[in-house]
Design a protein around this ligand. Structure first.
Ligand SMILES: NC(=O)c1ccc[n+]([C@@H]2O[C@H](COP(=O)([O-])OP(=O)(O)OC[C@H]3O[C@@H](n4cnc5c(N)ncnc54)[C@H](OP(=O)(O)O)[C@@H]3O)[C@@H](O)[C@H]2O)c1
Length: 157
């Protein structure tokens, strides 16, 4: 499985000033539960947006995508320079592409699953948006309604 996992607002916002513009512990708990024990793949900016105490994300293989050849990461974290390697990377594990916007856009074609948390709010002055994607090839396989958000799982048709 290669899944994109994202939380986005009603106006498709995913980030503002280098961080996520809401605090939803219940959604973070879902993210932790579903990704723990597996591989998480992220852009360099998302890596740098993680609070140092949560970096690398524990009990997960962390992979950071960057063009920078000398980029330094802690021991145990992998660097990737070429996103076309994703389909062959740790193929026996579940691979979760965890953002940000640039990486979602470039890797959607590799994904067979989408976990989209729809946050029921509008974000003003947003600077990072989830890309417009054609939802026709996707079907909803699960939907979990919470008070402030919904978690929708899609699989390719
Ligand atoms: N709401 C959510 O679910 C969610 C999830 C994740 C992130 N976010 C938010 O999204 C924002 C960050 O997203 P972003 O779009 O600005 O950045 P990003 O996608 O996290 O990272 C972009 C960086 O990834 C590297 N990169 C991208 N494509 C590459 C390629 N083909 N080959 C090699 N390296 C490549 C480049 O790093 P170099 O510049 O080092 O070459 C690029 O600058 C933050 O605000 C974060 O909080 C939100």
């Amino acid at each position: 499985m290669i899944a994109l996992i994202v939380a986005k607002s009603t106006n498709n916002c995913i980030g503002k000033n280098g961080t996520i513009p809401w605090n939803l512990p219940e959604d973070l708990a879902f993210f932790k539960k579903i990704t723990t024990g597996h591989t998480v793949i992220m852009g360099r900016k998302t890596w740098e947006s993680l609070p140092p105490k949560y970096r690398p994300l524990p009990n997960r293989k962390n992979i950071v995508i960057t063009t920078q050849k000398e980029y330094v990461v802690p021991e145990g974290v992998d660097i990737m320079h070429n996103i076309s390697e994703i389909p062959n990377l740790y193929p026996k594990t579940k691979r979760f592409i965890i953002g940000g916007a640039q990486i979602y856009k470039e890797t959607l074609a590799f994904a067979d699953t989408l976990y989209i948390t729809e946050v029921h709010m509008q974000v003003d002055h947003c600077d990072t948006f989830f890309p417009d994607i054609d939802m026709l090839p996707w079907k909803v396989v699960a939907q979990d309604e919470k008070e402030h958000f919904s978690i929708i799982t899609y699989k390719r048709k």
